[in-house]
Design a protein around this ligand. Structure first.
Ligand SMILES: Nc1ncnc2c1ncn2[C@@H]1O[C@H](COP(=O)(O)OP(=O)(O)OP(=O)(O)O)[C@@H](O)[C@H]1O
Ligand SMILES: [Mg+2]
Length: 229
């Protein structure tokens, strides 16, 4: 279980997360949904160790990891694919994919399996990061995160701005990744993609979790979003 408990996060004096409780179970898929500026990316970074939790706690399987830095959380199996993807532009796709292997023990996900998941990446393996399309960069960012063989994969708006056919490929890949045992936190601005994948849904607004529910209650959550809770 990866959790935030009663977490407060600040940027300077501005509070971005207020008393946030969030938990993802091993092997599950949870969706975090909210509008622009709601605090979605901040919450993901707080889960992954990239954002300091000022009060409250970050826990992994019950252990307090509040003070662990991002690279230490990464070594414990938490992988974040950020909104901007952070592909190294001067490295080829394959060089980007090989980076995590230097610091993470081997596991299910290998170069060959990542290429099996995203055949397009195999075709583009010798292409520099900058020359990849948005969809290819997203596949590469997910593939690179998998090369660390994470237990928890945190995806920040992985389908934003992508063509429908690429979105379909990403949705299918997330399903396959989860079927191999990796838990996924999926951040999106609406329910369109998450409703195809997730078992639990969380709404965030103005830095607060305002609603949690299962697939049967999505209509209720959408009503809440419409009226601006
Ligand atoms: N590095 C930062 N420094 C100062 N304030 C920040 C920083 N990053 C985010 N914020 C502020 O924190 C709040 C939450 O931002 P965050 O990026 O987490 O929202 P989001 O839900 O991911 O939004 P988006 O849908 O635009 O990606 C916003 O008010 C934002 O302006
Ligand atoms: Mg964001």
């Amino acid at each position: 279980m990866l959790e935030l408990q009663n977490a407060d996060v600040f940027y300077g004096k501005a509070q971005a997360l207020h008393h946030v409780d969030f938990a993802i179970a091993p092997g599950g898929i949870a969706a975090l949904i909210g509008r622009n500026g709601a605090g979605k990316s901040t919450l993901l970074r707080a889960l992954a160790g990239g954002q300091a939790v000022a009060s409250g706690a970050r826990r992994l399987d019950g252990a307090d990891i509040t003070r662990l830095a991002a690279h230490e959380c990464s070594r414990r199996g938490i992988a974040l694919v950020p909104e901007n993807r952070q592909i190294f532009p001067s490295l080829t796709a394959e060089e980007n994919l090989r980076l995590p292997a230097a610091i993470h023990p081997p596991g299910y996900w290998t170069l060959e399996r990542v290429y099996g998941l995203f055949p397009r990446l195999a075709e583009r393996r010798a292409t520099n990061g900058t020359s990849l399309s948005g969809g290819e960069q997203q596949m590469l960012a997910i593939g690179r995160a998998l090369m660390a063989n994470p237990r928890y994969l945190l995806l920040d708006e992985p389908t934003e701005g992508l063509a429908p056919v690429v979105v379909d490929a990403i949705i299918q890949a997330i399903g396959e990744i989860n079927a191999q045992g990796t838990a996924v936190v999926l951040v999106e601005q609406n329910f369109k993609v998450p409703r195809l994948l997730a078992q639990q849904f969380h709404l965030i607004d103005s830095g607060r979790i305002v609603w949690n529910g299962g697939p049967e209650a999505i209509a209720e959550a959408q009503d809440r979003m419409m009226i601006g809770h």
